[in-house]
Design a protein around this ligand. Sequence first.
Ligand code: AMP
Length: 583
Amino acid sequence: MTTAPPPPDAAASAFAALGIEAPILSSLAALGYEEPTPIQKEAIPPLLVGRDLLGQAATGTGKTAAFALPLLQRCHRAIAAGEKKRVRDPSALVLVPTRELAMQVAEAVHRYGKGLGLSVLPVYGGAAMQQQLMALKRGVDVVVATPGRALDHLRRGTLRLGGLHLVILDEADEMLDMGFAEDLEALLAAAPAERQTALFSATLPPRISAIAGRHLRDPVTIHIAREKVTAGKVPRVRQTAFIVPRAHKLATLGRVLDMESPTSALVFCRTRTEVDELAETLNARGYRAEALHGGLSQEQRDRVMKKFRGGKAELLIATDVAARGLDIEHLSHVVNYDVPSEPEAYIHRIGRTGRAGREGVAITLAEPREHRMLRNIESLTKQKIDLATVPTVADLRARRLDLLRGSLRETILEGGLDTVRVVVESLAGEFDLMDVAAAAVKMAQAASDPGERDEQEIPAYIPRERPPAAPVARGVPVGKPVRGAPAPGGAPPARGAAPSVSKTGARFCRVFIGAGRQAKIRPGDLVGAIANEAGVDARAIGAIQIGDSFSLVEVLEEEADKIIAALRATTVKGRRVTVRRER
Ligand code: AMP
């Protein structure tokens, strides 16, 4: 680690430096934003002083906040200053191509503007007209609408645009692709001429430039500049991406990690709230995950890094800001829980693995709407990111069997089977040896089975190049509706454990015992069995973790063999159970 973390209020001051004021700053702090994204840094100041803006930026870059924060602050100011009599006609109109985006943007505006007392209404086709009519009649400050439905309301006289201070066109290229060009013209013509206008688009074809030329006045132009990246600078790592709807990201991450079994992985998230949530969920899933973000004190940060470097945690969940300057050797995996907003950030992140000639793996989870950003990254790096399908329950089972096969091989090679050989011999007369072995494998498999947790399939996402003409919800998997992501919890899977060292310098290792909560095992049962059967002092026993179908007990390294042999020769809660070193 080479840099000090930013103080906890750094985020607030970074946004404040752009001109954002108190009530919005607290919303941003609550959301865990650590610093503005590049488009926010460039777009917020000119928008706050009332300039028009033409911004080329894709989804996922933090574009929504880039226009929503100034929009909220300007509307709030105008209303608070009593610049005009407070008629409840909208002060701002945001036009977006789809109803899904209308809902998303309205929700974001609402979240950022908590505490300002402004009302936001999404208006889109396919929703009950009556509700929208009533809300519009009551009066709203910010309308987020698809062009077709906005025009419909305009023509009925239920949406009045005479009081607009601000119009935002979001994803303008998609609105044109969806045939909304005329609707846009009609809406812009109905808005006051002295309004402020911002247009965002991922691409700037001539049709967009033409609209900008007609409707923007002396706009500030922003194109998030890309550093030149030479092919040699891009690290050679295996790059894979999974396209998954937001609701399935957590489950996907868990499953991908189970398949990859990383020894030390850095997982990047956008916000500290996300970092905390992920760390908690992954810990519940049996991983040893540590959270690192700008909200930690130096002391907490040092503790986290010590655990990660010392192999006591296999996953480090961090924001970009917190991971900046971290010097970590030998990362087996880098995981992007979101597509980074800048391709350069992606390159920087994945460059942390695959060092010193070792194989590195970079895994990215992208929401369907972020698919396009992967292409931007590919074209910049001139390297392919493989789109993979989320491992299925069957894949996972196959992988577990693979791991089990590996464990069996190791156990055979380790030897020391004499104490159990007698069991095999006693069955050999009665059964085929192959069946005896198969039954033993089945029991071992059941002992490490994480149970119901992974039984739900994650739906496959079928990417499309372009949204269809009708306003279909975006980012929703094609196919039948599915239930939400499997909840975390249940038994943690058996994970590899590095031996720990106690304060007195004694070395501990973990012992796997094939019985857990389902067999009504309590820590006292294990301590009792170990102390009585192996005749060791209770001080030889460390932390005990009880899962649904197995338990893990830390024991003194020098006593481990004795304890394992003793437990194998006895019963726990009246049952014979699998006992072995946890690898
Ligand atoms: P957008 O490009 O507006 O769709 O934003 C993409 C994602 O980035 C959303 O989940 C936002 O909540 C998140 N986001 C936007 N700005 C920031 C920021 N400054 N720090 C962290 N996350 C952000």
